[in-house]
Structure formats: structure tokens, C-alpha cells
Design a protein around this ligand. Structure first.
Ligand code: PMP
Length: 412
């Protein structure tokens, strides 16, 4: 850990890239798909291997030393995650299998505290993971589901917020940052409106976390969800942060071992949070690996990294603008946005574009990006997406821009 912190002290992309085993082994790869999955940092891999080879045992059950070591490592992972989010206490951290599971957890457990006619407000820009669970809740208990529209550049149109919230809005469940357009949600405006109406705020942080530690207290939200595989950690692990008093007032989502106070043939009682929401054996090694990645992130020079991500984002947007016929989606480079850049080249299918790009060593994603309502609102069926993370550099952007030229020549 110490060596890694020293190495990354300068935040230089090449130094950082060398800390990612897959990227280090593939110097020719231009990986521009971190919005789908970031590469895993060496510290996370090391932590998983260390745990699996020195302290693998189930948690919260054993009294032997090996099990105690596993318990300690798992609960330390919870503490590190709490620090990453600046949560008040580690008891506010629920480990799940991913952002999707975290969002479904809120839709079920918080959802079960709602009544028919209560309103949940989401936006057109949501990933299906923060769309479908609310439609399911609507169909299950009869809540009203309302949608914040987007402007032409993909930013949420918050002007109609009070009207859309109505008098019975209980929750605003919104993306922190769009996985298609990179548009960031104006969280302060949302939280202010929610507080006035006595509503809660859930942020889907899946796309925000790879761009640095978050401060849930400063954000002023009530729930925050993210996945480990998008912030340099292992797959199969996610986080739900919730204010403790809210978690404590929610019924469980899944039933099973580990989440009970007691069980009789007639009834069961629940453990306090976070265990109430962690039925069954949790993803132990994955949580430990995630915590190593988050610890590493906590030591990074974020102002420098943000400056480089922003400049790569500008470089790409300017380069794409120079390509005739190409339609850029999302906010202008001057707007505070995440470095996720989607574009459409009329007449060329994104799958074909991405296949040609692959032959040039570029990894990009094309399709609807699990955001069909957003794409429909922006008037496109599918698009290609480049997403930039801390290990990318100008050479990745230059490679993309010249390969796009080649793709057009090959495909037309
Ligand atoms: N929300 C957003 C904004 C996302 O980009 C994603 C992943 N693409 C998710 C939620 C779901 O994350 P996961 O598939 O890791 O559960």
C-alpha cells in the first residue's frame, strides 16, 4: 500500500496505468470503456489473493481464529468504504452484489414503507437499473412514478421540479452522473427541493465513484448506491449507503441467514442494519478487494487527475466536432461533466463502428447503454461511447480520432 501510494503520488497516467495488471500487460490497448467496467487495480487483486490464501472463512459465524480474521477484514472493509463516502458510521454501509442490487434493495425495502398514491420521482436519464425497479414497485403497490425530462444536451431539466414532485413525493431517485452523456445532476438543487417537501433523495453513484471519493454528508442525500467494478475493484460487490435512521426504519429485502434477530416457527425478527440487508454469505473477498481499491483511491491527487480527465474530455469533444456528420450527445466540454462522451455517426451502426475500432486496439461500447428512455428522448436509437478514466492519456484520444476516420472509410 505504501509503495503504491508513493508511486501514484504524482497522478501521472502512465504511472497509474502501470498499476493495472491488465493494462500493463497490453501496452497496445486503448481502453475507453471504463463506464462499463474499470480495470482492476493491483492493490485490489493483492488484497483478494491475500484474504483467500490467509484468512478465508465465513463471517459472523465462527469463533476460531481464522473466522475472526475474516470478520475483522470484512468489517475493516466496511470502515474503509464509510471513509470513502464520508459516512457517519460503518453501520450505514450495506454490502450488496452491485449497484443494481443496491437500487433494487431501496426500491423494495424503502418502497415497502410507501403507500399507493405516494410519488417517486426519477428522470428520463436513468440507467435501467434505476428505472425498472421503480416501475416494478409502481406495478406492485400502486405508487405514482414521475419523470424529470432532459434538455437537448442531456442535462436534467429541473425547472419543473416542484410541479413534478406534487404534494406526495416521497423519494427522488436520480443518477449522480449519466452513463451516456456524462451530465452531472445538480444535487444541491435536488436536495433543496426534496427537503422542502419532506422527500428523500437516492443517488445512483455508479458513474461518479471512479472519478473520486464522495462525500454523502456534503451532498446531503439519503441513499447512495455504487458498484465495485466501476471503481477499480472486483466484480460482484456493490454498496448501498443509507442514513442509519432510514435503514433502521426499513424492513428487510431478502430473507435468510445473518439478517435475523431470532427465528421461531411462527415468526422472525430482524437484525439491525447493515446486517438486516445482508442475507446469506456476503461477497467477503470482493468487499476486501473493493476496500483496497478505495483505500488506494483515497490517496490519489484528485485535483490533478480531474484536470487531466477534463482536458482529455475536451480534446475528444473538439476532435469529434471536427468530424463531419458526427452527432455528439451530452453537454458541452465547458460544462462540469464526467468524461463520458457518446456520439452517433448517421448511417453507421455503433456495433460496426466499435468492431472496426477494436481492430485498431480500441475498446469502446456501442448500443443503447441500458438507457433506452434517454436515447429516445435524445432522438437516437443507439450510440457509441468513449469513457475516460485516470489511466487514459492523450494517445488514447488520438488513436480513437484517427481510427474513427478509418472506420468511416471502411464502413461506407
Ligand atoms: N447505474 C448506472 C448509471 C450505471 O452506469 C450502471 C452500470 N452501467 C448501473 C447503474 C448498474 O451497475 P451494475 O451493472 O454494476 O449493477
Amino acid at each position: 500500500m505504501g509503495a503504491s501510494t508513493l508511486l501514484t503520488g504524482c497522478g501521472d497516467a502512465n504511472t497509474l496505468r502501470a498499476e493495472f495488471p491488465l493494462l500493463a500487460a497490453a501496452p497496445e490497448l486503448h481502453y475507453l470503456d471504463s463506464a462499463a467496467t474499470s480495470q482492476i487495480h493491483r492493490s485490489a487483486l493483492d488484497a483478494v489473493l491475500h484474504h483467500e490464501t490467509t484468512s478465508r472463512a465465513n463471517v459472523a459465524r465462527g469463533t476460531y481464529r481464522l473466522a475472526e480474521a475474516a470478520d475483522l477484514a470484512f468489517e475493516n472493509a466496511r470502515r474503509t468504504t464509510a471513509r470513502f463516502l464520508n459516512a457517519t458510521s460503518a453501520d450505514e454501509i450495506v454490502f450488496t452484489s452491485g449497484a443494481t442490487a443496491s437500487l433494487n434493495l431501496v426500491a423494495h425495502a424503502f418502497g415497502n414503507t410507501l403507500q399507493a398514491g405516494d410519488r417517486v420521482l426519477i428522470s428520463v436519464a436513468e440507467h435501467h437499473s434505476n428505472f425498472v425497479p421503480w416501475q416494478m414497485l409502481r406495478d406492485r403497490i400502486g405508487i405514482e412514478l414521475a419523470l424529470i425530462p432532459v434538455r437537448a444536451d442531456g442535462q436534467l431539466d429541473l425547472a419543473r421540479l416542484p410541479e413534478l414532485m406534487g404534494s406526495r413525493c416521497r423519494l427522488l431517485a436520480l443518477t449522480h452522473c449519466s452513463n451516456v452523456t456524462g451530465a452531472r445532476t445538480d444535487v444541491a438543487a435536488v436536495v433543496a427541493a426534496a427537503r422542502q417537501a419532506g422527500a428523500r433523495v437516492l443517488l445512483d453513484g455508479a458513474q461518479a465513484v471512479q472519478h473520486g471519493p464522495q462525500d454523502v454528508r456534503a451532498l446531503g442525500v439519503d441513499f447512495y448506491a455504487f458498484s465495485g467494478h466501476k471503481c477499480f475493484g472486483p466484480g460482484g460487490i456493490g454498496v448501498l449507503w443509507g442514513r442509519h435512521e432510514l435503514l433502521a426504519a426499513m424492513p428487510p429485502f431478502l430473507g435468510g441467514g445473518g439478517m435475523i434477530g431470532g427465528v421461531t416457527p411462527a415468526l422472525s425478527t430482524w437484525a439491525p442494519p447493515p446486517q438486516r440487508f445482508e442475507a446469506g454469505t456476503p461477497p467477503i473477498a470482493q468487499a476486501i478487494g473493493l476496500a483496497a481499491a478505495l483505500e488506494w483511491m483515497l490517496g490519489l491527487p484528485w485535483p490533478q487527475i480531474h484536470a487531466r480527465e477534463d482536458s482529455l474530455c475536451r480534446q475528444l469533444i473538439e476532435g469529434l466536432r471536427a468530424i463531419s456528420d458526427l452527432r455528439l450527445l451530452g453537454p458541452d466540454a465547458a460544462v462540469s461533466r464526467a468524461p463520458i462522451i457518446s456520439f452517433e455517426m448517421p448511417g453507421l451502426h455503433p456495433h460496426d463502428i466499435c468492431q472496426v475500432l477494436d481492430t485498431h486496439g480500441l475498446a469502446l461500447r456501442g448500443g443503447h447503454h441500458c438507457a433506452q428512455p434517454l436515447l429516445a428522448a435524445l432522438g437516437v436509437e443507439s450510440c457509441s461511447r468513449a469513457s475516460i478514466a485516470l489511466y487514459n492519456d492523450a494517445a488514447d484520444i488520438e488513436a480513437l480520432l484517427s481510427a474513427l476516420d478509418a472506420a468511416r472509410r471502411e464502413l461506407t
